[in-house]
Ligand binder design. Structure first.
Ligand code: DGL
Length: 268
């Protein structure tokens, strides 16, 4: 097979990375995608950096063996803890979500006061802060972890009073600092976008790492002449390490439309 025809490999801890897949489908509708959700070991956001790195390397190797032309580390926690390790062991270009998200937030801010939200692991890693400060050294970055947003999104409770109440508590310290940009540093948070906008108010621009990553992917494919030119319809395949039926049922909310085939695989 011509390299250009190979799929984009995308991996995440579970369902959440489908928000990145959705952005790729919107911005690069001709590209095939091979997705791996490590549903047997989700969540990554509460695990140690070494464990997340080990899991990320296993997922990367599994996708590489199947043949991909570019690899996207869609999970923010895995990008924060494991991107360099994955890049070090991978022959194809590897993109994480942190750098594209940070770049988009740095472009969006007017006041330089940027709020970042993510899992415990992502925020503790300091990777978003580091990326933002290298792109926009004068920016003031305020970061908080918001772990309850992940189960709220998975329960389909993103647009409820419960989610709004939780968002008020989490965002209060950021809003007190007068942020004008809120960077969503977790795969699940795009589902809460309406609730977050409502709580943050009109003066805060919401930037989503998933959207920014798909835009960066388009630039990389162009720069490397790797766009798929085949006229046939692209293929979308989903691999999971546990409970394919649950993934199919839950995935629709993240992807925006029903999923085709979901296959169980063992990473061992
Ligand atoms: N995919 C994870 C992330 O973006 C959220 C879910 C998890 O904790 O595994 O950080």
């Amino acid at each position: 097979m011509d390299d250009n025809d190979l799929p984009i490999g995308v991996f995440d801890s579970g369902l959440g990375g489908l928000t990145v897949v959705r952005s790729i489908m919107e911005q690069l509708p001709d590209e095939s995608i091979l997705y791996l959700g490590d549903t047997a070991r989700v969540p990554y956001g509460t695990k140690s950096p070494a464990t997340v790195r080990r899991y990320a390397l296993q997922s990367a190797q599994t996708l590489l063996k199947r043949g991909i032309k570019v690899l996207i580390v869609a999970c923010n926690t895995a990008s924060a803890h494991g991107l360099e390790a994955v890049q070090g062991e991978t022959a194809v270009p590897v993109l994480g979500v942190v750098e594209p998200g940070a770049r988009a937030a740095a472009e969006a801010t007017r006041s330089g006061r940027i709020g970042v939200i993510g899992t415990r692991g992502t925020i503790a890693s300091g990777e978003y802060r580091r990326a933002l400060q290298s792109i926009a050294p004068k920016a003031d970055v305020y970061a908080v972890h918001c772990p309850l947003f992940v189960p709220l999104a998975e329960e389909g409770w993103s647009n409820t009073d419960v989610a709004e109440g939780v968002a008020r508590v989490y965002l209060a310290p950021l809003l007190d600092k007068g942020i004008d940009t809120l960077l969503l540093g977790c795969t699940h948070y795009p589902l809460l976008q309406d609730t977050l906008s409502q709580v943050a108010g009109d003066s805060v621009t919401i930037v989503d790492s998933a959207h920014a990553t798909a835009a960066t992917l388009a630039e990389v494919l162009d720069a490397m002449h790797l766009r798929r030119e085949n006229q046939s319809a692209p293929e979308y395949r989903y691999l999971v390490t546990d409970a394919p039926e649950l993934f199919r049922e839950g995935g629709e909310a993240f992807l925006g439309h029903p999923l085709d085939s979901v296959e169980w695989i063992d990473l061992q």
